[in-house]
Design a protein. Structure first.
Length: 252
């Protein structure tokens, strides 16, 4: 479970003269949580967008289980086993929790050109949706419209939708954003569970959660990697303390 799942070398993304991601190299391993932290504007979301195929890199490489996927689009990368969530919750509010997961699971069917058979007839799709809801602990909420769920539950549904596509790698962009302490603790426990069978790249501003769940931390500032290592190493790094954590936070 220590296999390198997702790896970048010199990954760079320019927007005009701005290098939003500048020569980033990192490796995410199966069974581990690799957290990327940094101040606003550090390039964290742009990094995830290049890893997921939503943005093509200007330079550098992205490899998935040793395969070069640098120039592939998001659909191809998703089908190769990468799932992602977004900063802003990305769900279908009028649909039930189960229907959201079923739609995600349907994307893994070999073809969608089956116009005369209802989606509800595909048992394997329903089973994938039910399994995803169970993985995030919302198996009893499947029949409820997502609009009626709490913010924390909606974030769980988004993760469940990702799981319904059966990924091996999870790219999670601020999954704890806007949550209270109880909801955050629930998501941290979920991430720890999911890490047993996935490689997780986590972008998050909640430092308590990051240090609780991460096996490896990469700190980005102005698009580049400032430091990378074990949580204890990052917490005690003077450059990181000055640029991001602050002395008081690092000593906590």
């Amino acid at each position: 479970m220590n296999e390198i799942a997702l790896e970048t070398a010199g990954l760079t993304r320019h927007f005009g003269g701005l290098a939003a991601v500048n020569g980033v190299s990192l490796a995410c391993r199966m069974g581990k949580v690799h957290a990327v932290i940094g101040p606003n504007g550090a390039g964290k979301t742009t990094l995830i967008n290049t890893l997921s195929g939503d943005l093509l890199p200007s330079d550098g490489t992205v490899k998935l289980f040793g395969r070069d996927v640098t120039r592939l689009g998001p659909e191809s990368i998703s089908r190769l086993g990468v799932g992602r969530s977004y900063q802003k919750t990305n769900v279908f509010l009028p649909f039930t929790a189960f229907e959201n997961c079923r739609l995600a699971a349907q994307s893994r069917m070999r073809t969608s050109m089956r116009f005369f058979r209802p989606a509800t007839a595909y048992r394997e799709v329903a089973e994938a949706a039910e399994r995803a809801l169970e993985e995030v602990g919302l198996q009893d909420r499947g029949g409820i419209p997502v609009a009626a769920l709490s913010h924390g539950e909606q974030r769980q549904i988004e993760i469940a939708m990702t799981l319904a596509t059966r990924p091996k790698v999870l790219l999670l962009d601020e999954p704890l954003a806007g949550m209270g302490a109880e909801e955050s603790a629930h998501i941290v426990a979920l991430l720890q569970k999911l890490a047993r069978s996935h490689a997780i790249l986590l972008v998050e501003h909640d430092m308590d959660a990051v240090f609780a769940v991460a096996d490896t931390l990469t700190v980005m500032v102005n698009g580049a990697v400032l430091a990378s290592g074990k949580p204890a190493e990052i917490r005690s790094n003077p450059a990181v303390q000055e640029a991001y954590l602050g002395v008081e936070e690092a000593a906590a």
